[in-house]
Ligand binder design. Structure first.
Ligand code: ADP
Length: 429
């Protein structure tokens, strides 16, 4: 570059000397110098024009031929252009690969901008959702009009996917997942989950049917065992086995009741018109019912209800959820360790129902699994206290049906607090 610049200076110098020489010879120094400068300007303009032409015409082969600084500028630009072309080819290849990859996917993939307008969609979205290439540029809510999808897209929390029947086929179930990237843009992935949905449905039906079918034989067995136990002339050696059989039959009945309750919660829709359930009388009733067990353990269950409020929902389900929490607190606390049940508004405008015990506590690593079916920290202790391992699964299901959540905090040997947290939409003052 430096050399070319020097060459250009030398060229200008030589032109000036030549002009001076001719000027002296013709005794017209000024005119010849002026003509020389004009010539240089015309030549420079010619080079600029060539450059402009070449820049406009993207063909690499047509690069102008020039020497000196102009040749250097043309060479540098040509090198840059070649590099850009190579990059462009590379990116095109990557884009083609991504496009073929996404086209081979069975899942529908749709990109939306921050206003939920479609910016790109893959082949499967055309077959699965009946979208067209021409739909790019249209708001997704104009094309997928299901109000449940529209409100799901508008909400802030997309941790859980949405499952909806397909518009094309009522039997087909589609799962919608939303992920955010870039500048609040949305990656919408739609999967066909019909097979999984059917399996899940079969599992639910199976559990519901088995629980239902076992109920009658168990009632008969329980009835006979009770009659036999009351039989006066029964041999002494039969008494203990019969008692144990009766105990196990009772345990099975409790288990079947819990399983039936769970499958009902899974399959039946919550009442469309919820009723207003006063919380204080409900908790008082449960505490009264639990008294037979708490009295045996010399425990008191104290109710602290700072303000009265109602929960909009199903009274039977709420009874079952709070009853499970209170019974657990009694069962997993040693004798004489009292329990507190607190019901109060919280700072969000919703309300909390807390069951606080000073019992055995739960190690931190168990806490996130407690609401799984049959998950027990210590199964022998749970069975000993008459637990089925389904109580907290039932609580969680009921709370979810009431748009509420369960918060558990606990310290080993110091006690636990189980809080049912209801949103303000579910609370009536
Ligand atoms: P279970 O019928 O076994 O009590 P749950 O689903 O109600 O089943 O509870 C699951 C497990 O959580 C229990 O087995 C017990 O280990 C633990 N747990 C529940 N509540 C308490 C509590 N208040 N204190 C200590 N552990 C608890």
């Amino acid at each position: 570059m430096r050399n070319d610049f020097h060459l250009e200076i030398r060229r200008l110098f030589a032109l000036t000397i030549a002009c001076l020489f001719i000027g002296l010879l013709t005794s017209n120094v000024l005119v010849v110098l002026l003509l020389g400068s004009l010539l240089y300007i015309i030549w420079t303009l010619f080079q600029i024009r060539q450059l402009e032409n070449w820049l406009r015409n993207s063909r690499l082969s047509s690069i102008p031929d020039a020497s000196g600084i102009w040749g250097n500028i043309f060479d540098s630009l040509s090198r840059e252009k070649k590099r850009q072309l190579r990059e462009k080819k590379r990116y095109k290849k990557v884009i083609n690969r991504v496009e073929t990859m996404t086209a081979s996917l069975n899942d529908a993939i749709i990109l939306l901008d921050a206003d939920h307008t479609i910016t790109w969609l893959n082949k499967s979205s055309r077959t699965m959702l009946a979208l067209k290439k021409a739909d790019v540029g249209s708001p997704i809510t104009n094309l997928i009009r299901n109000p449940i999808f529209v409100s799901y897209l508008a909400q802030d929390d997309h941790e859980l996917p949405l499952i909806l029947p397909s518009n094309n086929n009522i039997e087909q179930r589609l799962e919608y997942r939303i992920n955010y990237f870039g500048n609040n843009e949305v990656l919408l992935i739609v999967r066909d989950v019909t097979r999984l949905y059917r399996l899940e449905q079969m599992r639910k039906d199976f559990v519901a049917n088995v629980s239902h079918e076992l109920r009658t034989p168990l009632t008969v067995i329980g009835g006979y065992l009770e009659t036999m136990n009351d039989y006066h002339s029964l041999e002494e050696s039969w008494k203990k086995p019969l008692e144990q059989m009766q105990q196990q039959a009772k345990r099975m009945t409790v288990l079947i009741n819990d399983l039936t309750m769970l499958s009902k919660l899974e399959t039946e829709e919550l009442n469309k018109a919820p009723i207003s359930v006063p919380v204080r009388p409900l908790l008082e009733m449960i505490i009264n019912e639990a008294r037979t067990i708490s009295d045996k353990k010399e425990q008191t269950v104290e109710l602290e209800c700072t303000t009265d409020f109602n929960i909009l929902g199903n009274d039977r389900e709420l009874h079952s959820a709070f009853s499970n929490l209170i019974m657990n607190a009694i069962r997993y606390s040693p004798a004489k360790k009292n329990i507190i049940v607190k019901a109060s508004h919280n700072f969000t405008g919703g309300a909390d129902v807390k069951v606080i015990d000073k019992g055995i506590g739960i190690e931190q690593h168990h806490i996130h699994r407690l609401t799984e079916r049959f998950y027990r920290v210590d199964s022998s202790r749970s069975i000993e206290t008459g637990g089925t391992g389904l109580g907290l699964a039932i609580v969680k299901h009921i709370l979810v049906r009431h748009d509420a959540r369960l918060n558990i905090s606990s310290r080993i040997n110091q006690g636990s607090t189980f809080s049912a947290i209801f949103p303000k939409e579910r609370i009536e003052n």
